[in-house]
Ligand binder design. Structure first.
Ligand SMILES: [Zn+2]
Length: 108
């Protein structure tokens, strides 16, 4: 049985709670939170919806649409997704790591 690698590690309840708490903090507190990752506007030029460009990313809790598991979409993964894969800003994580890779789900 293969164990998930670093980024695929399942968040525990404490981490989920903490991520939710941070999400609900005021904007100015969130952006300076240690888990926030600064965005690079130079890498977001493919997004031409001015005014809605993120200038930072924070961990986000979401529920997998396939298996219903709650997982954290890490700030660093969002940065990579938007800035390196040039995803549209409306594109969001909808499936957990296990469902996306299709490899680790049998562990559940
Ligand atoms: Zn899933």
């Amino acid at each position: 049985m293969k164990k998930n690698k670093d980024t695929g590690r399942d968040p525990n309840e404490k981490e989920l709670k903490e991520a939710e708490r941070i999400e609900n903090l005021p904007e100015d507190v969130r952006r300076s939170h240690p888990t926030a990752v600064k965005a690079d506007p130079a890498k977001l030029t493919h997004i031409n919806t001015y005014g809605t460009l993120p200038d930072y990313y924070i961990d986000r809790v979401f529920t997998c649409r396939k298996c219903g598991k709650r997982e954290i979409w890490r700030a660093r993964d969002q940065k990579w997704y938007y800035e390196e894969t040039k995803a549209h800003i409306d594109a969001k994580a909808v499936e957990c790591h296990g469902c996306r890779t299709g490899k680790d789900s049998e562990e559940a």
